[in-house]
Design a protein around this ligand. Structure first.
Ligand code: BG6
Length: 525
């Protein structure tokens, strides 16, 4: 796996310095879109600050509007300035670092072009000649196969004289198993798998990458990571934001397609896959595909009992009073699209037989929290039978990705005093306590990896298809009128039916607000 661009260890002995990526032109289709402004540009800026881009690196932004290099640069700068803390943004340092930004700004170019017609591809051929190039498809998914087709027809994907030509494809990669298969087949009839980088930005998050290290480099955890010791696993990706201005997109996507076969299953795969033989990209991706492929297919009856679809109604969210989903712009008044999903899955393989996996994700929930909770089986209670101990909370390991990055272990300790009384205590490792954490969007590592040609953190065709295969029974059930929609007030932890999903098994979700107790200033136990 590649070195990351942004995290430097305090330990000199362990620190390794990543080399600048080779010279390359990055062509961004959809240069005026949100993804470019909000995520790609800040990530490239951070890479510029880390000196990980070659001096001959350049960007050609392609979009339909008429514009000049200057206008493009100015527009991007205005957006970057809005990310500084002074402007209540979340990515940048105190103020835009003009050395980092100046370096990048000088390398930004713009070409007007309609990527459904030939002209822009002819112009790009002229411009790129035999240079290394990465084509970044930051466009709506309906354009993916058309752009790949045009690139191919214009010979822009030919790799000549040792140069590389790579294509980065955003999610959503298809909208069902069938459509993902078709898209893969179309793309792979024009490109080698090695040229295709299907991106899932969750894999760029430092804590996600750390799951493999945690599991496979620690004698403390590795022997316990199986059905003999683990009772159940919960994966949560809760957001406080609603669908914002993405009503149109969300109406045809919903929480299931938006989050589950991609982000949530990537977390599931990292947590459950078998150890790969090495960090080799294909070794890692093979193990991930295998475990996702082993998810037991849900029957229509399972969809009714193991899946909860929810939709937010007006309520009080973190940002104040908010409207319900069906009142959002571009959303149908009678929409039954879900903004929340909870599901129970099992993995039919040797390691995980019998262990339930509970996944939930939602918009406008009470707290922002992305975490994986590993709950261990109880120790025998026999020793405590004649004491006042009536309850022994199970041990858990919480891998937290957001809002704090770290790992906590919860276990029982004896409360000081003459009577035997147990207390749930925890040990917390916060990244920020051990490492210098630089502002990051999650895209830095991924862009750098594309430039150096390391596909480990990108999805191969089979990873994508395994993900869709896992959720297809739910999509089918919903298409056939199943999958009742439950409402929940914005600003809560989701519909009551999601709690019932676990309580029927004698378990409960870790409360979302628990994640806020990680901050160093919190006094919570
Ligand atoms: C995107 C989804 O892929 O991931 C969004 O389309 C979601 O709906 C986002 O908000 C979550 O990513 P993060 O990094 O903010 O947790």
């Amino acid at each position: 796996m590649s070195e990351t661009a942004r995290t430097s260890s305090n330990s000199e002995a362990l620190a390794k310095t990543a080399k600048p990526a080779p010279a390359c032109t990055m062509v961004i289709f959809g240069a005026n879109g949100d993804l470019t402004k909000r995520l790609l540009m800040p990530a490239l800026y951070n890479l510029s600050g880390s000196k990980l881009l070659d001096d001959r690196f350049e960007i050609i932004g392609v979009d339909r509007d008429a514009s000049t290099d200057e206008d493009f640069r100015d527009r991007q700068q205005t957006m970057m300035e809005s990310f500084t803390p002074a402007a209540a943004g979340e990515f940048a340092e105190k103020a835009l670092n003009m050395e980092w930004w100046g370096w990048l700004k000088d390398r930004l170019h713009y070409m007007k072009g309609d990527f459904t017609t030939n002209d822009i591809f002819t112009a790009l051929t002229e411009r790129l000649k035999d240079r290394n190039a990465v084509f970044y498809l930051a466009v709506a998914d309906r354009f993916f196969s058309g752009i790949v087709d045009m690139l191919h027809k214009s010979n822009l994907t030919d790799e000549r004289d040792g140069s590389f030509r790579r294509v980065v494809i955003e999610k959503p990669f298809g909208h069902s198993l069938q459509s993902a298969k078709e898209l893969n087949a179309e793309i792979l009839s024009k490109l080698d798998e090695g040229q295709v980088y299907r991106i899932d930005h969750f894999l760029g998050k430092e804590t996600v990458q750390n799951i493999m290290t945690l599991r496979f480099s620690n004698g403390l955890f590795e022997p316990l990571w199986n059905r003999d010791h683990i009772d159940s696993i919960q994966i949560t990706a809760a957001e406080t934001v609603g669908v914002e201005k993405r009503g149109k997109f969300y109406e045809v996507t919903g929480a299931l397609r938006d989050m589950v076969p991609n982000h949530m299953f990537q977390l599931l795969a990292m947590t459950t896959m078998e150890p790969p033989n090495s960090f080799d990209a294909d070794a890692v991706r093979t193990e991930k595909a295998k475990v996702i492929d082993a998810i037991r297919p849900l029957t229509p009856a399972d969809v009714e009992t193991n899946v909860v679809r929810g939709q937010y109604v007006a309520g009080t969210a973190a940002s104040g009073n908010v409207i319900g989903y069906t009142e959002e712009p571009d959303v149908a008044a009678d929409s039954t699209v879900e903004t929340f999903m909870a599901l129970k899955l099992t993995i039919d393989n040797w390691r995980w037989a019998g262990v339930p996996f509970y996944l939930r994700t939602g918009k406008h929930m009470s707290s922002r929290s992305t975490e994986i909770v590993i709950t261990f089986k109880q120790a025998p209670t026999v020793m405590f039978r004649d004491t006042g101990v009536s309850r022994m909370p199970p041990n858990t390991i919480v891998l937290q990705l957001q809002p704090n990055e770290g790992i906590a272990t919860h276990f029982n300790a004896k409360r000081p005093g003459q009577v035997v009384e147990l207390n749930d205590v925890r040990m917390v490792f916060r990244y920020e306590d051990f490492f210098e954490l630089k502002p990051s969007t999650g895209y830095e590592t991924l862009i750098y990896d594309v430039l150096i040609g390391d596909p480990t953190l990108f999805n191969r065709a089979d990873n994508i298809e395994a993900g869709w295969k896992g959720v297809q029974p739910i999509l089918d059930a919903v298409a056939n009128g199943g999958g009742t929609i439950h409402t929940y007030p914005a600003g809560t932890d989701g519909p009551a039916a999601a709690d019932a999903l676990l309580s029927l098994d004698g378990r409960q979700w870790r409360p979302l607000k628990s994640s806020s107790s990680w901050s160093r200033t919190s006094a919570a136990p």
